[in-house]
Ligand binder design. Structure first.
Ligand SMILES: Cc1ncc(COP(=O)(O)O)c(C=O)c1O
Length: 396
């Protein structure tokens, strides 16, 4: 028998993906053929990074911030993050607990590598950010989906969650405000979830990357701010969404003191440190004027109203009003097609690019995800195209 010495590792069979990146590539291929596409698939603000942040990073480059940084991050940024987390999230964070990572994604990777063994179970929202599930499988553990339904305002059902916990459960992923639903967990839910984490001795990864993108007076509650929770919670946050800095690739973790050693080793083994001049820019993002962030949220709010009202008015679509992030997650069941069919056909037949609900787990089969991080003109054009396409279905 011949041995295939050029095989790839078996564990690769367990690794999933984030479909939005692949869907974007397909949309770009269609554009290269001359097709007009409205992009509603991308989970990133269309705004430029605030000018004062760009200036700070440029200055840093010219002043020689081109060398390795300390592995957990530059002191000024760790201090700025700790102060921001303490002030905004109500979690008394010390700079020594802060790790600057490449993207918020880095925080996820380290949480799973550092905490999850083969055979463990990890609770993940479904629909939810697909990387939680993908990395869980990658390390030989089992993702256990927590169903999140439109009928429940895109909040998880805490009683149902309690029923999913077993002696093998190690980590609970929470994401509020949520991708892909825009749902925000109210304080009462977070308190009940914290009680479960304490009772069952779980780690919690609190993905708060959309924590400042809130509407209608919605409150962002960090589970780490509740009694007894800071010791068992990893806060995942970053600069991508709040400051329109997706391409800078900068996120951060706030970890309990008991995980400082673990996170440090993982950072040293993977990235050595996040880019130095980028970190200098991020200090300015956190400590400089916040007007651009506020203006972005005001504009997202106007787009949210436009897209949700427009989608909800299309025959066969039903769209709830989200109170966070920049996504709408309409049900398309009334078209008689699945979310995957609608997303596929909207791309090829209507020139509107969205993401099928199934890209976020098995529960959202009748949904598509729409990112409204695009101009009002483009959103209006998308609505016109979707409506015309649905009208065509009726005639067909
Ligand atoms: C819920 C959630 N967490 C984390 C991330 C990762 O963000 P970053 O670009 O900082 O890696 C994303 C990006 O889409 C996200 O939607």
């Amino acid at each position: 028998m011949t041995v295939d010495t050029r095989r790839i590792a078996a564990r690769m069979a367990n690794l999933g993906t984030e479909s939005a990146f692949e869907i974007s590539a397909r949309a770009r291929a269609l554009e290269a053929e001359g097709r007009s596409i409205v992009h509603l698939q991308i989970g990133e603000p269309d705004f430029d990074t605030p000018a004062h942040v760009r200036e700070a990073a440029k200055r840093a480059l010219d002043e020689g911030a081109t060398h390795y940084a300390p592995f957990p991050g530059i002191p000024a940024l760790r201090e700025a993050v700790a102060a921001d987390v303490t002030a905004r999230k109500g979690v008394a964070a010390d700079p020594s607990q802060v790790f600057i990572t490449v993207g918020g994604k880095g925080v996820m990777l380290y949480a799973i590598l550092g905490l999850v063994d083969p055979g463990d179970e990890v609770l993940v929202p479904d629909p939810g950010y697909p990387i939680y599930e993908s990395l869980t499988r990658f390390v030989g553990a089992t993702p256990v989906p927590i169903p999140i339904l439109m009928a429940n305002d895109f909040r998880l059902d805490v009683d149902e969650l309690a029923g999913l916990i077993t002696p093998r459960t190690r980590v609970l992923f929470l994401n509020s405000p949520a991708n892909p639903t825009g749902g925000v967990l109210p304080r009462s839910d977070i308190e009940r979830i914290a009680a479960l984490a304490l009772e069952h001795d779980l780690w919690v990864v609190a993905d708060e990357i959309y924590g400042r993108i809130l509407y209608d007076g919605a409150e962002h509650v960090s589970i780490a701010s509740l009694p007894g929770m800071a010791e068992r919670t990893i806060i995942l946050d970053g600069f991508s969404k709040t400051f329109a800095m997706t391409g800078w690739r900068l996120g951060y973790a706030v970890v309990p003191p008991s995980l400082v050693q673990t996170y440090g080793q993982l950072v040293i083994n993977t990235i050595s440190c996040a880019p130095t001049f980028v970190q200098v820019g991020a200090v300015e993002a956190l400590t400089g004027p916040q007007d651009d962030v506020d203006a972005m949220v005001v504009e997202f709010d106007a787009r949210r109203r436009l897209i949700v009202a427009g989608l909800d008015d299309i025959p066969g679509f039903r769209c709830a009003m989200p109170t966070g992030a920049f996504y709408a997650f309409p049900s398309v069941a009334g078209t008689g097609l699945s979310g995957a069919e609608v997303a596929e056909r909207l791309l090829y037949e209507a020139g509107v690019c969205s993401v099928p609900g199934t890209a976020f787990g098995g529960v959202g089969t009748e949904h598509i995800r729409i990112s409204y991080a695009n101009s009002r003109e483009q959103l209006t054009e998308a609505l016109v195209r979707i409506r015309a396409w649905v009208d065509g279905l009726d005639r067909g």
